[in-house]
Design a binder for this molecule. Structure first.
Ligand code: NAD
Ligand code: UDP
Ligand code: UDP
Length: 330
């Protein structure tokens, strides 16, 4: 055995990624494998796809298990990243009861697993716990403004309850927890029919279809490129046990949806028109992370500017949506 092999063997961990065939999860699995770890990807393929992990299948350190985390899971691992949950409003509202079950019962099962194994577990929480925020930018101390009975509640309240479970397992059973609140993230492997704004605008621009702006387009979001986000998740997992979070992960650059549409039109060279549609109920008016804690505790900040990340994402979607789109945009 070479020195390099010995070192790699010594630090190699077996890491569980739930939701590993999804958009963020597939990038996380790839990065963990690159670092020499062994990855167990658990996914029920509700929104995830085999295409997202096609490059990983065949890697001897990668194992895929089709499983729904609302059912118990008995495996042996050293670390858990809990990402399983549909993240796009279109998908999480398709079967809202299952969405809440995934966040709440799924969290109980994954925390039960962490408790039996005494291993660290990271929760992919969300800026949605702040709801339609009255504090701007959002700091972790803000308790949020969430409608408990609206169409977004299955996601928002499910994620809030999951955070409660994480902190109670930590206090009651001393489980090492890591709670991250992810702000809008984009990049390759988003599903073309995902329904989120970045994928919608890019696919519409590439196909020469109208760009659908909901409301007047003055609502804001802060967009983080997926490579930055994954680096932040791994930095959080590497922190000492006393760092539990919650910690915001996001890019503080704030854009209106109208600005985003204009940038996508410019970068794709598309001549699509803008079509204003009704604003969905409970759509947050503004969102921007205060990322001070991430900088201080994780030495992390988003580095990839929106235009650079969008250019990479557009390249990906040109492949996915195919030749017809390419000819439309010249
Ligand atoms: P995604 O929909 O692409 O991925 C979610 C994955 O979880 C999919 O592969 C899906 O098949 C799987 N899944 C869903 N329910 C499951 C279940 N019951 N059992 C097993 N697998 C299940 O979404 P994403 O954008 O990659 O989001 C990943 C995580 O990050 C989610 O927990 C989401 O809430 C969180 N998050 C994402 C964003 C974002 O902007 N992308 C923002 C905030 C939080
Ligand atoms: N669980 C699991 N895998 C394990 C251990 C537990 O899926 O390796 C699930 C199990 O279904 C249980 C849940 O996690 O219902 C919570 O476990 P915990 O130990 O907290 O509760 P208990 O088993 O005492 O109800
Ligand atoms: N949005 C839009 N057109 C679309 C999809 C979304 O204008 O085709 C808006 C949506 O109303 C919201 C913002 O873009 O104000 C971000 O929506 P997304 O679903 O991406 O994320 P979330 O609302 O969960 O932040």
């Amino acid at each position: 055995m070479t020195q390099q092999h010995r070192t790699r063997y010594a630090i190699q961990k077996r890491v569980l990624v739930t939701g590993g065939a999804g958009f963020i999860g597939s990038h996380l699995c790839a990065r963990l494998l690159e670092q020499g770890h062994s990855v167990l990807c658990v996914d029920n393929f509700f929104t995830g796809t085999r295409a997202n992990i096609a490059d990983l299948i065949g890697n001897p350190n990668f194992e895929l298990m089709r499983h729904d985390i609302t059912f118990p899971l008995y495996v042996e691992v050293d670390e858990i990243y809990n990402l399983a949950c549909p993240a796009s409003p279109v998908h999480y509202q398709f079967d809202p009861v299952q969405t809440t079950k995934t966040s709440v019962i799924g969290a109980v099962n994954m925390l039960g697993l962490a408790k039996r194994l005494r291993v660290p577990i990271l929760q992919a929480s969300t800026s949605e716990v702040y709801g339609d925020p009255a504090i701007h930018p959002q700091v972790e101390e803000y308790w949020g403004n969430v409608n408990p009975i609206g169409p977004r509640s299955c996601y928002d309240e499910g994620k809030r309850c999951a955070e409660t479970l994480f902190f109670d397992y930590h206090r009651q059973h001393n489980i090492p927890i890591k709670v991250i609140r992810i702000f809008n993230t984009y990049g390759p492997h988003m599903h073309p029919n995902d329904g989120r704004v970045v994928s919608n605008f890019i696919v519409q621009a590439l196909r020469g279809e109208d760009i659908t702006i909901y409301g007047d387009g003055q609502q804001t979001r802060s967009f983080c490129f997926v490579d930055d986000l994954v680096a932040g998740l791994m930095a959080m997992m590497a922190t000492p046990a006393e760092v539990t979070g919650p910690i915001n992960l996001g890019n503080p650059g704030e854009f209106t949806m109208l600005e985003l549409a204009q940038i996508v039109l410019e970068l794709t060279g598309s001549s699509s028109k803008i079509d204003f549609r009704p604003l969905p109920q409970d759509d947050p008016k503004q969102r921007k992370p205060n990322a001070t804690k991430a900088r201080e505790l994780l030495d992390w900040e988003a580095r990839i500017p929106l235009r650079n990340g969008l250019a990479k994402t557009i390249d990906y979607f040109r492949e996915v949506v195919g030749e017809s789109a390419r000819s439309l945009t010249g």
